[in-house]
Ligand binder design. Structure first.
Ligand code: SF4
Ligand code: SF4
Length: 70
């Protein structure tokens, strides 16, 4: 969990890294990572999120949300 921002992943709808992985590709600050085939966030990088919205736009199944704590 970031101090200011959490990137919430809906793992029920996420297509998975093998099939998709778009969010990993587009994020300029490496918020997402492949952890043994499962999509996870890098907690230390969540607060680096630039709010560029690229991951949300690229996600084909709306599995991502930015949760602001401010
Ligand atoms: S909004 Fe941009 S910076 Fe933030 S997690 Fe998505 S792609 Fe990365
Ligand atoms: S872009 Fe969406 S569906 Fe694709 S890996 Fe990321 S969260 Fe999952």
């Amino acid at each position: 969990m970031g101090l200011f921002i959490d990137l919430a992943i809906n793992n029920e709808t996420c297509k998975g890294i093998q099939e998709c992985g778009e969010c990993i590709e587009v994020c300029p600050v490496n918020v997402f990572q492949d952890e043994g085939g499962s999509l996870q966030t890098v907690y230390d990088n969540e607060d680096e999120c630039t709010l560029c919205d690229m991951c949300i736009q690229k996600c084909p199944v709306d599995a991502l949300a930015i949760v602001k704590h401010y």
